[in-house]
Design a protein around this ligand. Structure first.
Ligand code: HEC
Ligand code: HEC
Ligand code: HEC
Ligand code: HEC
Ligand code: HEC
Ligand code: HEC
Ligand code: HEC
Ligand code: HEC
Length: 277
């Protein structure tokens, strides 16, 4: 059988299906169908309908009309950003007037920091140098990066500010544009004053500290982490004081095997001020 489309047929079909009689009938059967569905399915279908409807509503109400003009962006955002006031000048501009500072900073420890990290947004200042910039001279500033925190990488230079020259500004000792830790004194005496003065009046005065303590250079820079050696047996003192020691004549001798052999020498003789009575 060949189907032939007749517009009148369609009209009467539509009329029939939307006749109030028919609609009522369908409503009834829908109601019946809905009521007989299990409770959880009914609830779930309400949720499903909301989930389907939500994106449509959001799309209609919330997505700006110019979204999508340049791909996944809101076209008017560009104009808004362009019209914002400029605050930061960037690295290069400072060079025009402060090349001396730029040069000092160039190879220092702070070379990776931009000027404006510390001096704040400087664009206005580059336009008109009467507009002054702040320099963070206060002691409280530098610890924002240098205070000891367990979460910082251990190689990063950190201090405990309460224990690090707590009365002076950091810039009294460190140039902020080229911060170097100032040289600490390098002789033993600078840090071990009491021992040095004691030894200076002792019979061991002529023996250099390093004859008894092998001291790595690093000890003078990180003294608590890198420690010198200490004598650890009787034979060490015996190298000068034993009867058969190959040392100069006037050194008092003991018999290493007889003289209080159960103890280490420095349990009785303070090595920095040795006495024999
Ligand atoms: C057009 C020239 C010019 C440019 C560009 C410029 N400055 Fe200045 N700046 C000056 C002048 C002039 C002074 C005031 C005289 C002085 O102290 O050297 C000054 C002073 C300063 C001071 C001193 C503030 C104080 O308390 O002593 C700082 C900090 C400073 N500028 C930082 C910057 C930084 C950072 C930049 C780059 C973003 C910059 N300047 C760019 C001209 C300029
Ligand atoms: C680590 C933070 C820090 C950085 C980074 C820094 N400064 Fe400074 N700057 C300071 C401090 C602190 C002072 C104050 C120094 C003082 O009073 O002795 C200062 C002072 C100045 C001064 C005043 C004059 C002088 O030399 O003391 C100028 C100009 C200046 N800085 C420019 C710059 C420029 C340009 C840069 C980037 C090349 C820069 N600063 C980077 C902290 C910083
Ligand atoms: C924005 C973070 C930041 C601020 C603020 C800052 N520094 Fe630094 N500092 C650094 C970085 C990064 C280094 C280089 C670390 C490295 O080389 O591993 C450094 C290195 C140093 C060093 C060298 C330590 C060493 O390794 O021997 C000193 C000293 C120092 N800063 C002092 C200061 C002082 C003083 C101030 C305040 C004027 C200051 N810093 C402000 C980040 C900062
Ligand atoms: C009186 C001088 C003085 C003052 C003030 C001072 N320091 Fe130091 N700082 C030193 C000396 C000296 C050393 C080197 C210590 C060493 O070699 O063990 C040092 C080392 C450092 C180091 C390197 C630490 C490391 O482990 O490499 C940093 C970072 C530092 N200081 C930051 C600061 C900061 C931040 C301030 C202010 C809160 C400050 N200093 C104030 C004298 C000072
Ligand atoms: C910058 C300061 C400084 C200098 C310079 C210095 N020391 Fe020390 N030394 C220390 C500190 C701090 C300690 C650790 C004290 C502690 O941990 O109780 C120490 C510890 C020692 C110890 C004890 C090691 C241990 O295991 O207990 C000896 C030995 C020593 N130093 C010898 C020397 C000699 C020798 C020199 C010179 C060649 C010297 N030091 C230079 C600061 C210094
Ligand atoms: C004759 C060898 C000798 C000489 C020289 C000597 N020491 Fe010692 N030192 C010792 C002995 C031994 C000990 C104790 C080791 C022990 O207790 O385990 C010691 C201990 C130390 C300690 C650890 C703290 C203490 O008081 O016990 C320090 C710090 C120290 N010496 C520094 C020095 C310094 C600085 C000099 C130079 C001024 C020096 N020593 C010279 C033999 C020597
Ligand atoms: C480098 C050689 C040398 C070494 C090592 C050495 N001494 Fe001495 N010691 C001497 C000399 C030199 C005298 C001083 C002699 C004098 O002037 O009467 C002396 C004196 C003494 C005296 C004093 C003796 C007296 O008659 O008053 C005692 C005790 C002593 N040493 C103990 C030690 C002990 C303990 C050690 C090991 C920690 C030690 N010595 C390591 C060279 C050494
Ligand atoms: C139990 C404590 C004790 C110990 C340990 C000890 N001594 Fe003595 N030492 C003494 C006394 C006490 C004297 C002085 C009386 C004497 O001559 O016996 C003395 C004397 C000395 C003298 C001077 C000898 C003289 O003829 O003038 C030297 C040198 C000496 N000791 C070195 C050492 C050396 C080196 C060691 C380690 C090998 C050591 N002593 C271990 C207690 C001790």
């Amino acid at each position: 059988m060949k189907f032939k489309f007749n517009p009148d047929d369609l009209k009467s079909l539509v009329k029939k299906s939307f006749s109030s009689d028919n609609i009522n009938k369908r409503r009834q059967s829908m109601k019946f169908f809905w009521k007989n569905l299990p409770e959880q399915i009914r609830r779930l279908s309400v949720v499903a309908v909301i989930l389907f409807a939500l994106p449509l509503v959001v799309r209609q109400l919330l997505i700006p009309t110019d979204f999508g003009k340049y791909g996944h962006y809101r076209a008017s955002a560009l104009d808004e950003i362009v019209s914002q006031e400029i605050h930061y000048a960037g690295r290069e501009l400072c060079n025009e007037c402060h090349d001396d500072v730029v040069e000092v900073k160039y190879n220092g420890y702070h070379k990776t920091l931009t000027c404006e990290v510390c001096h704040g947004p400087a664009f206005a200042h580059t336009e008109d140098d009467a507009i002054e910039l702040e320099a963070p001279r206060k002691r409280s500033y530098c610890p924002t990066c240098h205070e000891y925190l367990p979460s910082r990488p251990s190689g990063f230079p950190q201090i405990i500010s309460a224990r690090h020259n707590s009365r002076k500004a950091c810039i009294k000792c460190h140039d902020p544009h080229d911060p170097k830790p100032p040289e600490t004194p390098r002789e033993c005496k600078a840090c071990h004053a009491e021992i040095s003065y004691t030894k200076a009046v002792s019979k061991h005065v002529d023996i250099p500290c390093t004859r008894c303590h092998q001291t790595p250079e690093e000890h003078k820079i990180r003294p608590r982490e890198v420690l010198p050696s200490k004598p650890h047996n009787r034979e060490f003192c015996g190298s000068c004081h034993a009867l058969d020691a190959e040392s100069s004549e006037d050194i008092p001798r003991i018999d290493l095997f007889e003289h209080e052999r159960r103890y280490n020498c420095w349990q009785c003789h303070y090595p920095h001020l040795p006495e024999a009575n």
